[in-house]
Design a protein around this ligand. Structure first.
Ligand code: PLP
Length: 303
């Protein structure tokens, strides 16, 4: 892996290799961190960070759930994101703000200082080079997502990702492109690190936030783009077998963008390739970055 030159760490831009932390930092042992994943796209108006403020607002919401005090304002974190992209001369496409309990106590309830960093790197296509075009083969994981009132799925917290790691690694080991998890109810939740959309009779169906999922910003963007285009969107609980029965299926997230799913558990979905609604939404979404979709919601935040 090639690392970029600069990173923002506790208030300053420094060389990547100098942004270190102690091995006894609380977060390393207990997963007590909150973070964001944000894309930066090249647009005709220059580099733009997609929904920067919305992502960083969610960082504070995640921190609120876990009582992690972030010693910077939202404006300062937004500025740090811009600064680190600029410092790396716009060679990166992904941003990772993270706030974590640092060194300052070993007990679970220790009041440690909060360390904050904003990294950026070149991610490219998260699930593979040609997946946006050709789609992936997915499987339903043997691992379920956490039950309600155990680990809050609504926080984007480091510890939550032990779940996604199990789901994703199992899928790769079995030869699939990505894994999909059920909630503890046995109903559909989401992908290892992506939300789900199913198409039935021209309408979009997506699982609700009560199904142990992260309320994705890409999910929210797709709901808006679809409604703007006159496509019905229904948030509802869905059983596993609907993955096999729908006309089209895709996953979405900052990293995965809009990735069509061509089969689940060895059963072909729809025509076995990206369907017309998926293509329409991909074109509306990526059109935001080449200017063919007007940015009517003000989602592109320039450097
Ligand atoms: C578990 C999980 N669900 C959904 C998403 C999609 O969220 P977003 O669109 O905000 O990136 C992500 C990615 O961040 C995720 O990790």
């Amino acid at each position: 892996m090639q690392y970029p030159q600069w990173i923002w760490h506790n208030g300053t831009i420094k060389p990547w290799a100098e942004a270190t932390t102690h091995v006894m930092a609380h977060a390393l042992h207990y997963g007590s961190s909150v973070f964001e994943g944000i894309r930066c796209y090249d647009t005709p108006g220059g580099p733009a960070i997609f929904r920067l403020s919305d992502h960083n607002k969610r960082l504070y919401l995640s921190a609120k759930i876990h009582e992690i005090d972030i010693p910077y304002s939202l404006d300062e974190i937004n500025a740090a994101c811009r600064e680190v992209v600029k410092a790396n001369e716009n060679t990166t496409d992904y941003l990772r703000p993270v706030a974590f309990r640092g060194l300052g106590g070993f007990g679970l309830s220790a009041d440690t200082p909060t360390d904050v960093a904003v990294a950026t790197w070149k991610m490219g296509r998260y699930l593979g080079a040609d997946v946006l075009e050709n789609g992936i083969d997915a499987c339903v994981s043997s691992w379920q997502r956490f039950a309600p009132n155990t680990i809050p799925a609504g926080a984007k917290a480091g510890g939550n990702y032990l779940s996604g790691t199990l789901v994703a690694r199992e899928a790769r080991r079995l030869g699939f492109g990505e894994g999909i998890a059920l909630a503890s109810t046995g109903l559909l939740s989401e992908g290892a690190g992506e939300n789900l959309f199913l198409v039935f009779d021209g309408a979009l169906h997506t699982t609700p936030v009560s199904a142990a999922l992260l309320n994705g910003i890409t999910r929210n963007s797709i709901i808006s783009l679809a409604r703007d285009a006159g496509i019905d969107v229904i948030e509802r609980d869905l059983p596993r077998e609907y993955l096999y029965l729908c006309d089209e299926l895709f996953m979405c997230g900052t990293a995965a963008e809009i990735t069509p799913i061509r089969s689940v558990d060895g059963r072909q979905v729809g025509a076995g390739k990206a369907g017309p609604i998926t293509r329409q939404l991909q074109s509306l979404f990526f059109g935001l970055f080449d200017g063919s979709t007007p940015d009517k919601h003000g989602w592109l935040e320039t450097l």
